[in-house]
Design a binder for this molecule. Structure first.
Ligand code: ARG
Length: 581
């Protein structure tokens, strides 16, 4: 429909020029600014083009509208009428809607156009820290990043997932010392135990100067490649990665250990990053540290904000590592890079300054060729029901596993699936619980904070994941009862509820493209929710199994197209679509 809307747009512009031929100069505002009609009786689309034209060229708006109509050639697509003071109301031809439904039924790509210039897109997402449990912020990064990776790939781009694991830094000195002090076998621990170890190490570090000194020496040993230290570090990483993998598979995201490109993997490149910046005159020394000061980055008092490229002790930090990662990502494949045309960072909005600085410095250094797009895909904070950052009652961050446990329990308690075998019911509860959490996360405007309310997200009605899953499951059973017709023939919609559903379905390809361009998954959520709402009106008004002949066939076609839009759409969001609920 997005394509056809641009066609209408172009034909309206052509009509303006034909209608005005010879009477005015060329530079009249011919932009139709087609809008969705606010009321069904106004058709599907509306424009105030004639009113705007009349204001500049003189004449009565209704006359201008009539003149436009006389030159407008859209009969193959839409019916047009002049309304009120001179609005043009357009209504898609029923055959056009039937054709779109047919496309959804027959094209395995569901009418989503292939991009003219496919991009190679690096999606940096999840990126948790070793020896720490993921928190809800990482959940957002994981879920949003996974949906974007799926949508971009479906839209025809070449996606490279990257998990920028926090697997390097001074904290490993104290972690390894603590392991030694407690004679622990890291391989026998799980992530929760490492998290606790981390906290003990921190406390130890703060209270025992001798331990702190040993921890600092450990950092040096790690950086200089001491074997025993490296082995200890590796086991901390291995235990963590295994736990992250388990969580990724529980979440049903497409991320695995194969996508891990941790901070440590950029170690060897860091000295080169710094010396290139030095050669370019972009860093200055300050108290032994190397800093970059960039125009436009000022603190409240007006002084320039430094970016720490190398610390006074010679160590490198988060900034330098991200610079090295970016260079690697945009470097051509032939030179061992990832060859990205677009790099997106799915990271908490609170890191905006970091990414602005990294990207600005990389641009000044000439490391970001013009054709490469970079975006910080920022997201807001998850709040508890009280509107404060989401924490457990005792004030700790909530582990993702416990959060998913709760979501599954809530899903199990919801009212569905009465007659299912226990095993299937379990699988469905998992799909519904995880789907509810993901949908809630994806359907809110990405940069906004949102309140985490399990009761609301698992509800079977409203703008929720389970509502969409249920709509899908119900269609599966309807179509099964109809004998799963292979290719029912779409029919131009007759009933307003059929038309409404066809229109909602027709918006799907455009929504996918919009998400691939804006990197905002909520547009797809909104389009799917609109489909599900239109579907329930359709059920109320239009019997399917009891209908006959062409009517039945046409309704089955709508049902089948709806099932495939919901299944594909939920799949693109990374949400399972069970066949029964
Ligand atoms: N490990 C970081 C954190 O937990 C997120 C890393 C995001 N990606 C990046 N390229 N900096 O906050």
């Amino acid at each position: 429909l997005a394509d056809l809307t641009s066609t209408l747009d172009a034909r309206l512009r052509a009509a303006v020029h034909l209608a005005l031929a010879g009477t005015t100069s060329q530079d009249v505002d011919d932009d139709p600014q087609l809008r969705r009609a606010t009321r069904p009786e106004h058709g599907h689309l509306q424009t105030n083009l004639a009113l705007r034209l009349a204001a500049t060229t003189g004449g009565k708006p209704r006359d201008v509208a009539t003149a436009l109509l006389a030159h407008l050639d859209v009969a193959d697509l839409a019916d047009v009428e002049v309304a009120g003071p001179g609005f043009l109301n357009l209504r898609w031809r029923p055959e056009v809607l039937a054709r779109l439904v047919t496309t959804l039924l027959t094209d395995e790509h569901l009418g989503v156009p292939r991009p003219q210039h496919p991009r190679r897109v690096v999606v940096d997402h999840s990126s948790p820290n070793v020896a720490k449990q993921m928190h809800v912020g990482h959940l957002r990064s994981t879920v949003i990043g996974d949906a974007l990776a799926r949508v971009l790939a479906f839209a025809g781009h070449d996606v490279v997932r990257q998990n920028h694991l926090g697997d390097w830094g001074t904290q490993f000195g104290m972690l390894i010392e603590q392991v030694e002090a407690e004679h622990l076998d890291v391989g026998a621990l799980d992530l929760a135990a490492l998290d606790a170890l981390y906290r003990r190490a921190r406390a130890h570090f703060e209270t025992d100067p001798a331990f702190a000194e040993a921890a600092r020496r450990r950092v040096v040993a790690l950086q200089s490649g001491d074997e025993a230290t490296l082995t200890a570090w590796q086991s901390l990483v291995a235990v963590s990665v295994e736990a992250f993998d388990a969580l990724y598979s529980r979440l049903g995201v497409g991320l695995t250990h194969e996508h891990v490109a941790g901070e440590s993997s950029y170690n060897a490149a860091l000295p080169g990053v710094v010396s290139d910046l030095q050669d370019a005159g972009l860093v200055t020394e300050s108290d032994g540290a190397l800093c970059a000061y960039l125009d436009g980055f000022t603190a409240r008092d007006g002084s320039l904000l430094p970016m720490l490229v190398r610390k006074a002790d010679g160590g490198f930090g988060y900034d330098a590592t991200d610079l090295a990662a970016l260079r690697h990502r945009v470097a051509p494949v032939a030179e061992g890079g990832l060859g990205a045309d677009q790099v997106v960072y799915v990271v908490d909005a609170r890191q905006s300054l970091h990414f602005e600085q990294v990207l600005a410095l990389a641009r000044s250094a000439g490391w970001l060729p013009d054709g490469v797009q970079t975006q910080h895909v920022a997201f807001g904070t998850v709040l508890g029901e009280d509107g404060r950052p989401f924490k457990t009652r005792s004030g700790e961050t909530v582990s993702l596993d416990s959060l998913l446990d709760d979501a599954e329990a809530a899903a199990r308690a919801a009212e569905w699936g009465g007659s299912m075998p226990a095993e299937e019911r379990d699988a469905v509860a998992r799909a519904v619980g995880v789907g509810a959490v993901k949908y809630a996360d994806l359907s809110h405007g990405r940069t906004r904070d949102y309140r985490f309310s399990l009761a609301r997200m698992v509800a079977m009605d409203g703008d929720t994941g389970p509502y969409l899953q249920y709509a899908h499951a119900r269609l599966c059973s309807l179509l099964a009862r109809a004998g799963d017709p292979a290719a029912p023939a779409a029919r131009p919609p007759v009933h307003p509820a059929e038309e409404r559903l066809a229109l909602a379905l027709a918006a799907f390809p455009g929504a996918v493209t919009t998400v691939a361009e804006t990197l905002e998954p909520h547009h797809l959520c909104a389009a799917l929710h609109d489909v599900a709402v239109a579907l329930s009106r359709f059920y109320e008004a239009c019997p399917v199994l009891r209908a006959e002949g062409e009517e039945r066939e046409g309704r089955l076609a709508l049902a089948a197209a709806t099932r495939s839009v919901l299944a594909t759409g939920l799949g693109l969001l990374g949400i399972e679509a069970p066949e029964r609920m």
